[in-house]
Design a protein around this ligand. Sequence first.
Ligand SMILES: [Zn+2]
Ligand SMILES: [Zn+2]
Length: 314
Amino acid sequence: MEINFYGVRGSCPTPITAREYKAKVMHILEHASQTWKGKKNKISLEELYDSLAPTLQRNIGGNTTCLDFTSTKGNHFIFDMGTGIRELGNSLAAKAFSDGLDLNIFMTHTHWDHIQGWPFFKPAYSPKVNINFYSCIKNLQERLERQQWDENFPITLSAMASQKNFHCLEEYEPIQIKEYTLTPFPLMHPGSCTGYQISNGDKSVLFCTDVELRENQLETIQKWNKNLTNCEILIIDAQYSSEESEKKIGWGHTSVSMAVRAAEILGVKKVVLTHFEPDHTDEVAMQIIEDEIKGNAHKVEIIIAYEGLKLSVN
Ligand SMILES: [Zn+2]
Ligand SMILES: [Zn+2]
């Protein structure tokens, strides 16, 4: 399977500011002028790009949570409908309106940053598209209808031409959909939230966005460990530094160091940090991660999510 990250920002869509953009451009120009200074044979632009710091090569991105797991047969398993789903929809739109599509959308919860992109998801307007929604939320359809009341958006949910089917899942009850087995499980978050284990054969991934993990809840992670096995990758909320996390008890998010500890307890090979704090610039987010993980020999590979990241699980 291939995992495509379309939105990794937490809480609120966060476009890069003019000031941050200028700072990045200035740093790039400075780096280029230093690199080229006195060199007879100038290095190529591609080489120059590769020599830039990660925060200058790309942005973490400002779109809120949306991931697409694409199976080897081309089936789409979409997780959450933050503003990142708009870009995913644009890439699927041509097929949606010509041949049609069958899509599966799994919802963790319905906080704004996980549903706001849905009205801008173009395939949802094609009568040739069939969408199956899966969640542990009994009234998901009603919640999406409320988002599109006419005071909020000009087109109602039922006026979107796609076929929409809503399925309610039970926690820890696996469900088989095409090539994947999906197991929902509860996460600590205000108003509740669902994590998913996504398995394809003997390979699986845990998706745990919007979760507040603390020292006294490590037992809960052990519980996941008992119920959910053979995980290669943990994709997890890492919104805060440890210091911020202590000031935001009950806000529903995890510190970078606790996210990495959870991955180690679960015994996964890789941990992908996501759901970044909107008030953190790329540089601040990277610095926090560096500070939180330094000094420890971590048993897991740590990956920092960004818009456009693709991961293969084979
Ligand atoms: Zn969120
Ligand atoms: Zn939330």
